[in-house]
Ligand binder design. Structure first.
Ligand code: ATP
Ligand code: MN
Length: 478
């Protein structure tokens, strides 16, 4: 068996031993022809491999370069050097894969995140991305654990859909029709009857509508899968392909929905604090360094772990949209015309408004409820006032909207009326409306953008740095 190795995460915790162990990994640095700093991705710990002078031939030593992969066997000894408890005194060393130091793009120095994005295939070998992707994994695992503990069913909704009614964003078309001799109808439109599915299809923007169907039989479900939006917004919090977690629950009203969403966000943070502590400590340090580069006035006085602890341990602020508008209009930022976008009842809150509420006014996450129906989707439950819907968004410091959800309209007549107002073809949605025809119940759900959550917990400022291979306008490398 080849892979009889100890992971470095475990090796650095072991006591100096009597038995030889084998480790494998990638060389981070090699000093004085004697000391290899080896990392294998199991954590950011590096095991020092000590090569006795004269024991290994020059040809081999030359091949120990940054980026090369090696297999080392030896005894763990107490390390006289500082920074590590033990080191491995190599009795055997094998080069698994060489790495030409002239060509290997990762040098043992600090690279910019922008540069690392261009070599996203190699950035897994850096401390920052090691920490980010272990954290991301932890959050995905915690998601399943959270819903498992509450008896939710993990539902796989389709990636290819024919629904274009959601209005969540521009969609990517899915087709096998040829581009040169596209079949046309008599009126000159593209004839989708000849397409693969016999109709126009797209990549999904959300699994919600199908999620609702399942909740109307299974009770409580959640989806966790990729979603796609062809929105041409080149921001630090939008991707064309991102992962979303969407629970849908029968017998939940808006308040139940908020309680679940808040519990979920806080659970994820608690999980990371407990299970990804070392990586969070690394990212905390990293962020502190980054903050030092900023002007005093723009610095964040709260560290990453401090921020996470405060968010996980206190209740989120809950306010209505109308209250939010009042607070914004009363703010000095508004009076001094510091907002780029105007504030009036009826607007969609812009990111600058969301951040004011969260970072300046309340200094904690805020749940805003009761948005004007004009700026929200057709399926949200209409409230008594005739103007607002039972929507709720969770706004987080540094990120803005992290969760968007609502109580769904369960009354067939109200739903149909709203769909007509919004020109949504009722016939095409017959299956969705059937749930309101047969045994309709009050129900709710929300969507949490997974990358936004990873951004929040990791403190990474650009969403491109929390997904392995980001898809954004004009970029689909790797
Ligand atoms: P935003 O206003 O930030 O564009 P949205 O209102 O379009 O968000 P929803 O349609 O409610 O968002 O989607 C649910 C969640 O998915 C959002 O709260 C957010 O966390 C996440 N999300 C939405 N669009 C994107 C995107 N392009 N990239 C990454 N995450 C996204
Ligand atoms: Mn959007």
């Amino acid at each position: 068996m080849f892979n009889k190795r100890v992971k470095i995460r475990d090796a650095v915790q072991m006591a100096a031993g009597r038995e030889e162990i084998t480790v494998m990994g990638w060389v981070r640095t090699f000093r004085n022809n004697q000391f290899i700093a080896l990392n294998d991705g199991s954590s950011n710990d590096q095991l020092q491999i000590v090569l006795e002078l004269g024991k290994f031939d020059d040809g081999l030593l030359k091949k120990i370069t940054t980026g090369a992969s090696v297999k080392a066997t030896g005894l763990l000894l107490e390390s006289p050097g500082k920074g590590q408890k033990v080191e491995l005194k190599a009795s055997a060393l094998e080069i698994l894969g060489e790495s030409d130091p002239e060509k290997f793009p990762l040098q043992p120095k600090k690279h910019s995140l922008e540069f690392l994005r261009e070599i996203a295939h190699l950035r897994f070998r850096t401390n920052t991305f090691g920490a980010v992707f272990r954290l991301r994994h932890g959050l995905a695992f915690a998601t399943h654990q959270f819903f498992q503990e509450r008896g939710f069913i993990y539902l796989h909704t389709p990636v290819i859909t024919a629904t274009d009614a959601e209005g969540a964003g521009e969609m990517f078309k899915v087709t096998t029709l040829p581009f040169d001799s596209t079949p046309r109808t008599e009126s000159g439109d593209v004839n989708f009857r000849e397409d693969f599915f016999g109709r126009a299809t797209n990549l999904t923007v959300s699994g919600q509508l199908e999620g609702e169907l399942a909740a109307m039989g299974l009770g409580e479900i959640y989806t966790f899968g990729p979603t796609f939006r062809a929105e041409n917004s080149n921001t630090a919090r939008h991707l064309a392909e991102f992962w979303m977690i969407e629970p849908e629950m029968a017998f939940y009203d808006l308040e139940d929905n908020m309680d679940l969403a808040e519990a979920f966000v806080r659970y994820l943070i608690h999980y990371s604090l407990k299970n990804n502590r070392a990586d969070l400590e690394f990212l905390d340090q990293r962020l502190a360094e980054e903050e030092k580069q900023k002007l005093q006035a723009e610095r964040n006085d709260q560290g990453l772990i401090e921020k996470l602890e405060s968010v996980a341990n206190q209740n989120f602020q809950r306010i209505s949209y109308t209250e939010a508008i009042d607070i914004l209009r009363d703010s000095s930022s508004y009076k001094k015309k510091k907002f780029k976008y105007d504030v009036a009842w009826g607007i969609d809150l812009q990111s600058e408004h969301e951040r004011y509420l969260v970072e300046k006014h309340f200094k904690k996450p805020v749940i805003v409820t009761g948005y004007p129906k004009e700026i929200k989707a057709f399926y949200m439950r209409q409230q008594e006032d005739g103007k607002t819907v039972a929507a709720m968004d969770i706004l987080a410091p540094g990120i803005g909207e992290i969760v968007g959800g609502s109580q769904r309209e369960e009354r067939l007549d109200k739903l149909e009326a709203r769909m007509r107002e919004m020109d949504i073809p009722l016939e095409q949605m017959w299956w969705y409306l059937d749930t309101r025809r047969f045994g309709t119940v009050p129900h709710s759900g929300f969507g949490l953008g997974f990358e936004r959550m990873v951004q929040f917990v990791s403190g990474m400022s650009n969403i491109r740095d929390v997904i392995p291979f980001p898809r954004t306008p004009k970029n689909a490398e790797f």
